[in-house]
Design a protein around this ligand. Structure first.
Ligand code: TYD
Ligand code: MG
Length: 453
């Protein structure tokens, strides 16, 4: 019989210690240590008794049957996964409460009508799941649901149903009899994830786990989980907007650059294959402070409106506020504008907002941010039929961006009349192919003069 032992675990990163510590030496957080009793024989030890049934092979000798991914019948989901779910994989879907994780996976489960699925919920009753399914409005013969929280029981249900895909909502509500601490604690999460991983790898049935996210946006507790699972997907979005973005933070079977975009509607999530048309809201041509950026998310062009407000500082220290854009980058761009274009932004409050509650990391948004700020500062509007795709350097130079043809072609398709790009990018373009006007610029002053002079 294994002895019960008490350990202290950091609930942020899973760091284990034999005594309580105030500050985690691993992640540096304060007051995150919680006492947990671990009864089980340490995972792996019990199983590793006896002879191993694996043996090292030459890499040429390793064979695998052409792994057929399970298509989810949801274009956006497949895109993020890199073309469907790989057999035997363990996936984690994280997101804030109420963002739509359960909806996304239930909807996916219902749409995969050619496979047998088991949806295990530790949070909702079967009736509640059925109500949600009715709301989504897809019906299938092959989707089984059960409300259960103990892994040993779950595997009994799995034995009975023999699913082709297992969905578990959520890992924080599931516990195993092997560990004696409450559900949601680090040692429970670690052990349960390990059990699901063992199941997935030994049977080839993929397992999709839902995980909650803490207030500061990290996956609650199980940093340890991120190493175990094959892919970490994050579902995010502003709850006040209808958009939801699915990102892969880690993906052993595909790119992490792709994103999937959804819209939450009354009857579940709708895929948004063409985000630009959706993100460019109706805009009044006479209002200053807005500019459209031609950004790329993964392989997909996304045209986003950047809005800015520059006003005289009311208090001694001017305020800077950015929504969906890195604050430090904004400060840098403002410093560049101050130095190179001679604007006295130092005495102004500057607010910046990326429309639609999106978060953009593509540096090609820089020029649009600078032009939105300048437009608000001089109070002259930028035409909604003009867009921008360039990065700004510290000396005010307009720098080239990747895959400019794709951005220009999309701008052309969306009916923009002008696009501002770096002159280095313009050289490589065949301008005759597009009906829109391509404006090459080399420094920010040039863009400013062309737009506002
Ligand atoms: P849910 O999937 O329960 O979120 P999570 O599992 O991430 O906590 O979704 C919660 C929200 O989605 C809820 O506020 C209601 C909304 N919703 C819709 O707007 N339309 C729908 O069809 C469904 C099922 C939910
Ligand atoms: Mg849920």
């Amino acid at each position: 019989m294994a002895k019960a032992k008490t350990y202290y675990f950091c609930q942020e990163c899973g760091y284990q210690s034999s005594s309580w510590i105030g500050r985690c030496p691993e992640c540096g957080k304060f007051g995150t240590f919680v006492e947990e009793v671990v009864t089980a024989t340490p995972a792996g030890k019990a199983k590793s008794k006896g002879k191993s049934d694996s043996a090292p092979k030459r890499i040429q000798e390793v064979t695998y049957s052409e792994t057929k991914r399970i298509a989810t019948h949801c274009g956006e989901f497949d895109r993020v996964l890199g073309g469907g779910i790989v057999p035997g994989s363990l996936l984690l879907l994280g997101g804030e409460p109420g963002i739509g994780k359960s909806t996304l996976l239930l909807q996916t489960a219902l749409a995969i009508h050619d496979r047998r699925l088991l949806y295990v919920s530790g949070e909702e009753s079967e009736q509640q799941i059925k109500m949600r399914a009715d709301r989504i409005g897809i019906s299938t013969e092959e989707c089984f649901v059960v409300s259960e929280t103990v892994t040993q029981r779950i595997f009994e249900h799995v034995e009975a149903v023999q699913p082709d895909l297992l969905i578990v909502d959520s890992i924080q509500t599931i516990s195993t009899e092997e560990v004696d601490s409450p559900a949601g604690s680090v040692s429970q999460i670690r052990q349960c994830t390990g059990e699901f991983q063992h199941y997935a790898k030994s049977t080839g049935v993929p397992v999709l786990l839902i995980g909650h996210i803490t207030k500061d946006g990290t996956l609650a507790g199980p940093k340890v989980m991120e190493h175990i699972v094959d892919a970490v997907l994050q579902f995010e979005g502003d709850r006040n907007y209808g958009y939801r973005i699915l990102r892969a933070l880690k993906n052993r079977f595909g790119s992490t650059a792709e994103i999937g975009i959804f819209e939450m509607q009354g009857s579940g999530l709708r895929e948004v294959p063409n985000p630009s048309e959706f993100l460019l809201g109706q805009r009044d041509e006479t209002l200053s402070g807005a500019a459209v950026a031609a950004t790329l998310e993964g392989a997909r062009p996304m045209f986003i409106e950047v809005q800015s407000l520059v006003s005289s500082a009311v208090y001694g220290t001017p305020q800077r506020n950015a929504n969906g854009f890195d604050m430090r980058r904004l400060s840098m761009l403002l410093a560049v504008l101050e130095k190179r274009c001679g604007f006295k932004l130092g005495a102004k409050d500057v607010f910046l907002n990326i429309a639609g509650g999106l978060r953009v990391s593509d540096p090609a948004i820089d020029l649009a941010v600078a032009c939105a700020v300048l437009s608000s500062n001089v109070d002259i509007p930028v035409s909604p039929r003009v867009c921008f795709a360039a990065e700004l350097g510290l000396s005010g130079e307009v720098r080239p961006v990747s895959r400019v043809e794709q951005r220009v072609a999309e701008a052309n398709r969306l009916g923009f009349e002008r696009i501002f790009i770096s002159k280095y990018n313009a050289r490589e373009l065949d301008r005759g192919r597009y009906s829109l006007d391509i404006v090459p610029v080399s420094v920010i002053e040039e863009a400013f003069r062309t737009l506002f002079a």
